[in-house]
Design a protein around this ligand. Sequence first.
Ligand code: FAD
Length: 474
Amino acid sequence: MPSGSAPGGTRNTVNGAVSFWYAGTGLPEPRPPLPGDAEVDVAIVGAGYTGLWSAYYLKKAEPSLRIAVLESRFAGFGASGRNGGWLANSITGGRTGYERTHGRAGTVRFQELLNESVDEVIAVAAAEGIEADIVKGGELLVARNAAQLGRLDALAAEAARWPDDAVRLGPAETAARLRVAGALGSVHIPHCARIQPARLVRGLAAAVERLGVAIHEGTTATEILAGTAAARPVVVTDRGRVRARHVLRATEGFTANLKGLHREWLPMNSSMIVTEPLPPDVWEEVGWDGCETVEDMAHAYVYLQRTADGRIAIGGRGVPYRYGSRTDLDGATQPQTVDLLAGILREMFPAAGDAAIEHAWAGVLGVPRDWKATVGYSPDTGVGFAGGYVGTGVTATNLAGRTLADLVLGRPSELTGMPWVNRKVRRWEVEPVRWLAVQAMYAAYHRADRQERDGRTGTAPLAVLADRVSGRSH
Ligand SMILES: Cc1cc2nc3c(=O)[nH]c(=O)nc-3n(C[C@H](O)[C@H](O)[C@H](O)COP(=O)(O)OP(=O)(O)OC[C@H]3O[C@@H](n4cnc5c(N)ncnc54)[C@H](O)[C@@H]3O)c2cc1C
């Protein structure tokens, strides 16, 4: 940890080192790589939440299965070890699209399953002895100007149609939970818990190993060869080839690096910063005793949590996307992103204005062309996958893992009938169109936020246009 940071400063901020969530414990001891060619029942590429939940539920259902997880760095290296720690009930890309394509009843059930998944993660963590600083305080969406308030009201009206159990709070009720400067109101949704992400993923990796799953770290897959009537699928890695009855791809924001999948999901960066621990008098001014996860209603929104050790962690999109779908390696983010997030933090919580920013980092998440996640499996090729969660995968990965387990085991279930299963989504455009489109979209969101901060009362048309062009729906 840096010492002697200037008040409110970022000069000594640690940047990268995967994420702050590893700062207390250090990075985990590496597990040995794949020793050479192998044959298993299920090979899983990627040891984040998706890969590990899939392994967990498969092994629980069929203890005799031989399962190998192949991980290029270490379990929890990706977004699962870097995220904002919102164990939320969100359906990636919204519900209205699914309501149109799959009907109301199926979409309502999908939402209920995500609500239940929040509790499932909490229950498994308790059963497996995973200490992940979990507090189920719900999420609080806060409006800070007139245009945001309009969107908040629309959100509250829409939430009332779904099993969100959302409650619209006025300024005083909001302040009773949390004092955000300029807050005009909020919506509280109880189906969300604050977690320490890296503790969850490390605990899950250990739980999966206890069940007898092999995790091979330092093992990079370069290609997945689909199975045929005559041959099983194969994962080609830098350490050997793994033949399996089933192969699951759980590489999310890194998927573009695999052969043939460059345009599947755009790798989008999200960045975070965390303050030093705040003194009791600051917490007295801020409140936040319920540890709700917090988000504002800006287009280029920010998300926050109060950490177990009394800091504020805040995240948002900085430089959202690197040309050619390049993914970063060790979580370093751009200095201007650190300054941007630190500025928003001080604006929201003037009482924390003197707090040093101790750590900054970034991670990569997978964005499909239609901004909706998919769980897929083909019995013909033996290959499955899950991902494209955009920024809402912490809970969805659990439901995805349970769904993949049913698909692999050939067990049709309520989960395998959900609207996100086996969707066909078109691929992203080639460069430079892809890069230009994302830059233009985020420039539009930032300009729309500025216009709204300067007094525009309705949602800025620029933001609506950016949503349309990008294919993003709410
Ligand atoms: C900064 C940030 C904040 C976020 N905040 C939230 C939040 O608060 N709430 C929420 O719901 N979601 C959030 N998300 C998204 C969420 O973290 C992800 O959706 C989720 O962690 C995805 O898990 P995963 O296992 O699919 O992917 P990852 O955790 O990215 O795991 C993929 C793994 O695959 C490995 N891998 C990749 N390529 C290969 C290869 N070729 N061979 C072998 N291994 C490979 C990687 O090293 C990695 O360990 C956030 C994401 C980021 C980046």
